[in-house]
Design a protein around this ligand. Structure first.
Ligand code: FBP
Length: 295
């Protein structure tokens, strides 16, 4: 396991924010590839990689996640306090894929050369292409072990089979994705907070139905399935501050280790983004100090 090496442990430490009480706080900036520039339309500062690095360095954000091309072009080491997660695979959303799979866009060795503190991999659990995906991820994990590089897995339930068992955000689907990432050797697992399944999209195994009554039980369940790996939760599409902060509270009270929030940061005016990061980090600090947080 990659957690065995001191290199992995040291680099993992760089993804943690002292200001946020040691929580992992990541600003993802891979949207240009995953969604296209539509995510940046009308965003004055949020469309520039340099401003993202600047914001991370001024705030409690501990690390920025981006593809190697962007890192190579914009990262000059002038923000030494900003950790870097190099995304090693990705895809566009044109066309909507029936069997999603993100091909490799870089290697662990290239990430080391770029100065990265961790690598990121998007895994589509349940996709009809998962056989290739799991093999690809296993190769990345082997290289992570060789280089002492932490492995962050964006673990997404996807595909028509998932959609026929209650949907991609159902507890059943997210819980399975959490466990698969653990089984594959992830050090950090990025998940969406689970919700009740969508009855129009089929039914999950009955054992999940009772847990679905309570959102905090659902969140705890998926954190548990991450085992000793750190569970970090996503911000998702743009929404108002209060509903986002409610989810942040839920994530940390369930024992989550951190947050990965992109659009909800860079799709706000700069000052509002700074205020939001400060509010998220205060919640993290307070809930972790109260003993609700995971490692
Ligand atoms: P957001 O906070 O903007 O949701 O970013 C988190 C993230 O995982 C990004 O790294 C990724 O590009 C995006 O979500 C994928 O979102 P979706 O599954 O909705 O396409």
């Amino acid at each position: 396991m990659s957690t065995a090496s001191s290199g992995t442990a040291v680099r993992l430490g760089r993804l943690r924010s002292a200001e946020a009480g040691g929580a992992i706080l990541v600003l993802p900036y891979d949207h240009g590839l995953e969604h296209g520039p539509v995510d940046f339309l009308g965003q004055a500062w949020g469309s520039g990689p340099a401003s993202i690095l600047g914001l991370a360095s001024r705030t409690a954000v501990a690390a920025v996640a981006a593809h190697l091309g962007l890192i190579g072009r914009y990262y000059r080491g002038t923000e030494p306090d900003v950790g870097l997660i190099a995304k090693l695979n990705g895809r566009t959303n044109i066309p909507e894929a029936p069997a999603p799979l993100s091909p490799l866009t870089g290697s662990v060795e290239e990430a080391v050369r770029a100065g990265a503190d961790a690598v990121g991999y998007t895994l589509y659990v349940g996709s009809a292409a998962q056989e290739r995906d799991l093999r690809q991820l296993a190769d990345v994990r082997r290289d992570c072990e060789r280089f002492g590089m932490p492995l962050v897995v964006w673990s997404y339930p996807r595909g028509r089979f998932v959609d026929a068992s209650g949907g991609r955000d159902s507890l059943y689907a997210v819980d399975y994705a959490a466990r698969v990432a653990l089984e594959m050797g992830a050090d950090v697992i990025k998940l969406n907070l689970p919700r009740r399944h969508d009855p129009e999209l089929g039914t999950p195994p009955p054992a999940y139905l009772e847990l679905e009554q309570d959102r905090s039980l659902m969140a705890r369940r998926v954190v548990e399935s991450c085992g000793e790996a750190a569970a970090i939760f996503s911000g998702g599409a743009h929404r108002d501050d209060e509903s986002l902060l409610e989810e942040v509270r839920l994530a940390f009270s369930a024992g989550g280790s951190g947050l990965i929030v992109g659009r909800n940061v860079f799709q706000r005016p700069l000052e509002a983004a700074e205020r939001l990061i400060a509010a998220m980090s205060t919640i993290a600090r307070e809930l972790r100090a109260a003993g609700d947080g995971h490692a």
